[in-house]
Ligand binder design. Structure first.
Ligand code: NAD
Length: 426
């Protein structure tokens, strides 16, 4: 068995939980198997006319709850093993929030930065053609992931629809084959902020359970991209004190003792856009004044004496090297896998509550489900309608996981997996 296999490590984690909670081993083993693994060599001609075959994948893990769902990543390190692991986690994530989707994932082993815009379009269209027969609104619904975006998805959707029309397979639902489309091309207005918004909903319900008052709860958010920015925005809008923020170049918090007011998230974003990085943007109540603030490193941010720590950038940022420095009593995993298994055990034993990524950032896939739903029902959800529906789904998922956790005296991660496995196992 390959010790470096991400899929084997993921499957082992599920088996361990299944064993601890006495789930039937044969059913768990059966669940772990993928339903379809498609490996591609995508014919691609570059701008100089050279033709080569680029490795690609579409892996469909489980369709018990509905069409497979999961992103397509373009990265030079994409492997079959990685896509297998990610598709398994998509099955679990969709089941956690109880949306009618299964788990899938796709990838192309290419560094997209090595391609011109024209070449990127050629490859995106070629990938869409290569998977045409195994995707569709009722079969498998891909979306953007690492290094793919609404523009790429739009090329793929356009290519898919061209083939569907040529083969006389086009229906009004065909547009629902991909999600993450531009808003003008069938995309959902609320999708951009769905992941961060969903995390803020979870924060709110967790605070209620723990009887924490938002106006007294301090939060440090690592990462100020799509997820970190919208999480911070919606947490501050709900009255929480977002007292520290960072991006890849460093972070900002108040000088001296712990802050008692929230950073002004919009002003920080304005300032970051003007100067190109966040460190130095100490903005409170509409005013940016660095003399009141303190520039910190990302490691310092993780060790701040805040109530809630929200890693929203990369995986494995909380690990054996820094786990003993963590002072927060709550960690919300908005990034995928930001806490390593070793740090997870250490912090859990210390009584830290860790909201697992498969719940915390599931607002993203729930937003994708709402986009798909509006496409197949030929409706249009306004931003408010989209966020209201998302709010309800996240609240229900949180309550189910919280009560499962209490009932089983488990961690939130174990409870989330128990809820998902109960829905997924035959
Ligand atoms: P993004 O590219 O928009 O933003 C990433 C942010 O992290 C940027 O602000 C960047 O400066 C910062 N960053 C990079 N390296 C850093 C470092 N070493 N220390 C601190 N900050 C650093 O990406 P995103 O869409 O916000 O995704 C963030 C994470 O959330 C990823 O793990 C992603 O897989 C996960 N996620 C995203 C979505 C989604 O809908 N976007 C859904 C589920 C999970």
């Amino acid at each position: 068995m390959d010790k470096n296999s991400l899929y084997n490590a993921s499957a082992d984690q599920i088996r361990e939980i299944a064993k601890k909670f006495k789930l039937p081993k044969d059913k768990v083993d059966n669940f772990l198997k993928h339903e379809r693994i498609v490996e591609l060599n995508i014919p691609f001609t570059n701008a100089l006319g050279k033709t080569e075959k680029i490795p690609g994948y579409r892996i469909q893990h489980n369709s018990k709850l509905g069409p497979y769902k999961g992103g397509i990543r373009f990265h030079q390190n994409v492997t079959r093993d990685e896509v297998m692991a990610l598709s398994l986690w998509m099955s679990l994530k969709c089941a956690v929030v109880n949306i009618p989707f299964g788990g899938g994932k796709g990838g192309v082993t290419i560094d997209p930065k090595s391609l011109s815009e024209e070449e990127l379009e050629t490859l995106s269209r070629a990938y869409s053609r290569a998977i045409y027969d195994i995707i569709g609104p009722d079969i498998d619904v891909p979306a953007p992931d690492v290094n793919t975006n609404a523009k790429i998805i739009n090329w793929m959707t356009d290519e898919y629809i061209k083939i569907a029309k040529k083969r006389k397979e086009y229906t009004s639902k065909s547009i629902g084959t991909f999600t993450g489309k531009p808003v003008k091309k069938g995309g959902l207005e609320a999708r951009e902020e769905a992941t961060g918004f969903g995390g803020a909903v979870i924060l709110d319900h967790l605070a209620k359970q723990l009887k924490l008052k938002p106006e007294k709860t301090t939060i440090a958010v690592q990462g100020f991209g799509n997820v970190g920015y919208f999480f911070a925005h919606h947490a501050a809008a709900r009255g929480f004190l977002v007292t520290a923020l960072s991006d890849s170049k460093g972070g900002i918090t108040k000088k001296g003792t712990t802050a008692t007011v929230s950073l002004d998230i919009e002003k920080v974003m304005e300032c970051k856009n003007e100067q190109g990085y966040l460190a130095g943007c100490y903005c409170v109540g509409g005013v940016c004044d660095i003399s009141e603030g303190r520039v910190i490193t990302n490691e310092e941010l993780l060790a701040l004496p805040v109530d809630v720590l929200v890693p929203s950038a990369l995986e494995n940022v909380i690990n054996k090297d820094n786990m003993k420095n963590i002072k927060a009593k709550i960690i919300i995993e908005m990034a995928n896998g930001p806490v390593t298994p070793e740090a997870y055990d250490y912090l859990t034993k210390k009584g830290v509550i860790i909201v697992p990524d498969i719940l915390a950032n599931a607002g993203g896939v729930t937003g994708s489900w709402i986009e798909w739903k509006q496409n197949v029902e030929t409706k249009n959800y306004t931003k408010k309608q989209g966020l209201d529906l998302l709010d309800k789904k996240m609240e229900t998922a949180f309550s189910e996981i919280w009560s499962t956790m209490k009932k089983n005296k488990s961690t939130m991660r174990e409870a989330a997996l128990l809820v998902a496995l109960a829905r997924l196992m035959d």
